[in-house]
Design a protein around this ligand. Sequence first.
Ligand code: ATR
Length: 304
Amino acid sequence: MNSPFEPLNASTRFCAVYGYPVKHSASPAMHNAALNHLRLNWRYAGFDVVPEHLGAAIAGAAAMNFIGLNLTVPHKMLAMKLVDVVDERARKYGAINTVRFETNVNGEWKPIGQTSANETQKIRSHGFNTDADAIIRSIREDIGIHLPESRVLLLGAGGAGRVAALRLAEEGVRELWLVNRTASKVQELMKEINSVCPGVLVQIGYPEKKIELVINATSAGLRPEDGLPFEVGKFSLRNSGYAYDMIYRPAETPFLIEAKRSGCKISNGLGMLLYQGAAALELWTGVPSPIEVMREALKRNIYG
Ligand code: ATR
């Protein structure tokens, strides 16, 4: 175990997650463990930011020489028009979950966390998406299935569902089934996938045959009173080998509890949170993130 951080002082630099609400977030626990391990005099905080103030909050962080930000619900799509530069992949997925502040040194933009503080004259915000690769890495490493051979049912076509669907299609899943409570969103999503990944078999609705994986990318399960994120008469979890929930708090949603009862192997969103956070930290520091330190901090935070 590392010795604790040096006390906050006038040289301490900051990172943060903005959300609304943000208090459920496990990101501060995960990132502060990593910053401590890397012996950086940085801290990672969480701020409740209402959507109308997101632009001002990003500009404020830039003005205060913050290293970077993570954005969570409901800010990821909104941020697309609020940062100075959007990374190509974030543009493709239409969502930003990581902002890196960059400073101009002799005409070249450099991550602010990788330069010395007296160089920070001009600052810009650069938006990235580290969620999309994180879901694929989590499915590969935590579940261990090979996506090009897999039939996948994805529940949800909101912000998180859209990113997951596009990235799963890019990965070349064997069949992708899409379901969303509001049908119009899923039709638009299918059109988009057909135009960017024409080779992938995408269908709207519930598969009747056996599939390898069902993913919950809806927000159903976050609140104690929530039920299952699909229509029970139309799909049985017995038909899926694995069930993956992007939600990590609660650690077992009604969806995962029912999936376990139905014989599925299950995984919650801890892995996705971990890998998106590790990639964000690497964008800020320029050095490899201490994955196992971050995983242990998340487990302590989520499972107690
Ligand atoms: P996020 O960024 O977390 O994806 P979002 O964009 O608000 O948040 O999307 C929430 C998703 O959860 C949507 O797919 C939503 O369905 P609608 O598009 O019909 O609103 C889905 N969702 C929320 N509550 C749900 C419920 N009780 N059952 C099924 N789907 C639900």
